[in-house]
Design a protein. Structure first.
Length: 249
């Protein structure tokens, strides 16, 4: 049976003092959870977060990574740097990276490979826009994205990766996919992975849902057979609400 993994993407929020308060609040409330918990602060808070998380079950993740190992790439952060600060996971291909930084499936694929080669684990994001859903091409978009972001990865790496389905129209909008919409998308993604690899590989892959997940809708979403966790945005910025989602898992 696949484990539930709840990851909190802090985005561009929280200075060091706020990071300290939030991490302390989270670790105080999730000590006994059966779910795996990941927090993904901004780069500036990773060192502090790592120190605060030492000895806890909560894992540390980053929100992005460079395609480069080192060199004259101002503002970029490498896999080795993330590993040295204590990260275990890296989000790649979040819709905001795609929207604001023109990241393509090919770039996301290269970043996932870079993360895996460096000994960390990627949370690989895919999802359709509102326009694509209204046009009725959600299945086509998700199939193309899944194939694109996993291209060239061996089954052993795919099985270690997390795929996060985040409908772009539900991120930060307060709109949430119904449990049926979310389950349909997750089932499709798993079937695409099965067609690319095998049903055994597809059954091992953790597929998270992301898109306005809150304590009051987490239980019905996470109860669906193909939804293995959540990539949480705004609701992860308060310890109580994040703990409510974790408890639902």
């Amino acid at each position: 049976m696949r484990k539930k993994i709840i990851a909190g993407n802090w985005k561009m929020n929280n200075d060091i003092a706020q990071t300290t308060a939030l991490i302390n609040g989270i670790t105080a409330q999730v000590a006994s959870t059966n779910a795996e918990v990941i927090v993904c602060p901004p780069f500036t808070s990773l060192f502090t977060a790592a120190q605060l998380l030492a000895g806890s079950s909560v894992k540390l993740g980053a929100q992005d990574v460079s395609l480069h190992d080192s060199g004259a790439y101002t503002g970029e952060i490498s896999v080795a740097m993330l590993k040295s600060v204590g990260c275990a996971y890296v989000i790649v291909g979040h819709s905001e990276r795609r929207q604001y930084h023109a990241e393509t499936n090919e770039i996301v694929n290269l970043k996932a490979k870079k993360v895996l080669a460096g000994g960390l684990l990627p949370i690989i994001c895919i999802g359709e826009t509102l326009e694509e859903r209204e046009k009725g091409i959600t299945d086509r978009v998700l199939t193309t994205q899944t194939k694109g972001v996993l291209a060239g990865l061996p089954a052993s790496d795919v099985e270690r990766s997390i795929v996060a389905y985040e409908p772009v129209w539900a991120i930060g909008t307060g709109k949430t996919a119904t449990k049926e919409q979310a389950e349909d998308a997750h089932r499709l993604i798993r079937s695409v992975i099965a067609s690319l690899y095998s049903s055994e590989t597809a059954e091992k892959v953790i597929i998270q849902y992301g898109g306005s997940v809150k304590p009051d809708n987490a239980k019905e979403l996470l109860s669906q057979p193909n939804i293995d966790g959540a990539l949480v945005g705004g609701a992860c910025l308060k310890a109580d609400s994040f703990a409510g989602i974790i408890n639902a898992a």
